[in-house]
Write a protein that binds this ligand. Structure first.
Ligand code: NDP
Ligand code: MG
Length: 384
């Protein structure tokens, strides 16, 4: 029987992971959330977790009250997340928090020699060079949870990494596929949150509508699978059935398919290499009938272009585009900026960041802070 801890247990990936864990009798050692004390407490009672961390300290009294009578050890803040990341007796840490905040716990788990099931893609975008280098040195495995990266990981099984020619990274295209900038001028938050295939947290749903998500995934794939930018082809595939593919030297292409349900990649990351029954529906290709493939529209989706530029240059630029985007998405969700301004801000921050090598956690955190400050000033200017 496996034991895991989950950071971000109250979110979309976190709750689906608990469902998978329950089905396969995976023990839960620790859980963490940002502010949702009520759901976190329910999850602790249901799973018998020994540790619970609420990042937002102001919510601690609510968590204490909800867990009255339990002997769960309660933690808060970054220290709490890091304590959970390094706990003994855990087979895997599932990191499914949203945003850069996941980077330090990921590095802490690596230092402690804990394998990671990683959904938190911002970690690999901002600090991926550091993360992968340290994971290799410590012999820590990182199992991708993101569906495209899980697909690639699955298509690599039984083959030689050095015989990979490249990968096809599929993209649903999001809710605004086929639109031009003129069409997107007055997009509302509701329209941007209306994803055609996936039900996810609000940040990644906005990222999917701007194609920032695919840009982040481009960098995530480079880091996880040690690929050069020219080895990655992004293909828009509206049905989200082919989750990505690997192209080999002999021109054979191996793809992974399934219904769009995150429980499949979550379960693969947790149970690897086993493939037991998953709480989802089977794929019927004849129900779909037609699968379509198209090139992405780089002219309309500035965030995608910015990420690919940052990916090519490496260093701290991926952290800069990621930090700028996190702030811009928050501002869009709060009604402070317009949809197209997310891409403008990300591009502007990228253009104004002086690149440096990604040589330490401090460098990455400083690049992230600088990008956020720059983006905040831009938002201030645009909203006045
Ligand atoms: P959600 O917004 O649904 O959930 C985020 C989770 O992280 C919540 O549990 C939230 O707690 C928690 N959280 C946020 N900040 C902190 C913090 N500082 N400390 C502790 N917990 C924190 O996001 P998703 O589940 O959709 O996405 C999570 C990650 O997985 C993202 O990086 C996303 O890109 C990636 N991903 C998601 C997919 C999906 O289908 N949803 C698919 C592929 C990747 P609280 O509830 O208290 O706010
Ligand atoms: Mg994905």
């Amino acid at each position: 029987m496996q034991t895991i801890s989950i950071l971000g247990s109250t979110g979309s990936i976190g709750t689906q992971s608990l469902e998978v864990a329950k089905k396969h009798n995976i023990r839960i050692k620790a859980l963490a959330a940002h502010s949702n004390a009520k759901l976190l407490a329910e999850q602790v009672r249901q799973t018998g977790a020994e540790y619970a961390c609420i990042y937002n300290e102001e919510k601690l009294p609510e968590l204490e009250e909800a867990l009255n009578g339990c002997d769960t050890k309660l933690l808060t803040g970054m220290e709490g997340l890091k304590e959970i990341a390094a706990l003994d007796g855990v087979d895997k840490l599932l990191n499914s928090v949203v945003g850069m905040v996941g980077l330090e716990p990921t590095l802490t788990a690596i230092e402690a020699g804990v394998d990671i099931a990683l959904a938190n893609k911002e970690t690999l975008v901002a600090g991926g060079e550091l993360v992968m280098k340290r994971a290799a040195e410590k012999g820590v495995h990182i199992y991708p949870v993101d569906s495209e990266h899980s697909a690639i990981f699955q298509c690599l099984q039984g083959n030689k990494a050095e015989q990979v020619r490249g990968i096809i990274l599929t993209a649903s295209g999001g809710p605004f596929y086929g639109k031009t900038k003129v069409d997107l001028k007055d997009v509302t938050v509701e329209q941007a949150l209306d994803h055609p295939n996936w039900s996810m947290g609000s940040k990644i749903t906005i990222d999917s509508s701007t194609l920032m998500n695919k840009g982040l995934e481009f960098i995530e794939a480079m880091r996880l699978f040690d690929l050069r930018p020219e080895q990655i082809e992004i293909v828009v595939h509206r049905q989200s059935v082919v989750h990505s593919a690997v192209c080999y030297n002999d021109s054979s292409v191996i793809a992974q398919m399934g219904v769009p349900d995150m429980k499949i990649p979550i379960q693969y990351a947790l149970l690897y290499p086993d493939r037991f029954e998953c709480p989802t529906r089977p794929l019927s290709l004849t129900d779909y009938g037609t699968l379509t493939f198209a090139k992405p529209d780089f002219d309309t989706f500035d965030c995608l272009t910015a990420c690919i530029k940052a990916a090519g240059e490496g260093g701290i630029l991926p952290a800069a585009v990621n930090g700028a985007n996190e702030v811009a998405v928050r501002a869009f969700l709060d009604g402070r900026i317009k949809f197209l301004q997310i891409g403008e801000i990300v591009t502007h921050v990228l253009g104004n960041t002086e690149n440096r090598p990604q040589d330490s956690l401090e460098t990455v955190l400083a690049a992230d802070r600088a990008a956020r400050d720059f983006a905040e000033r831009e938002i201030e200017r645009l909203s006045n």
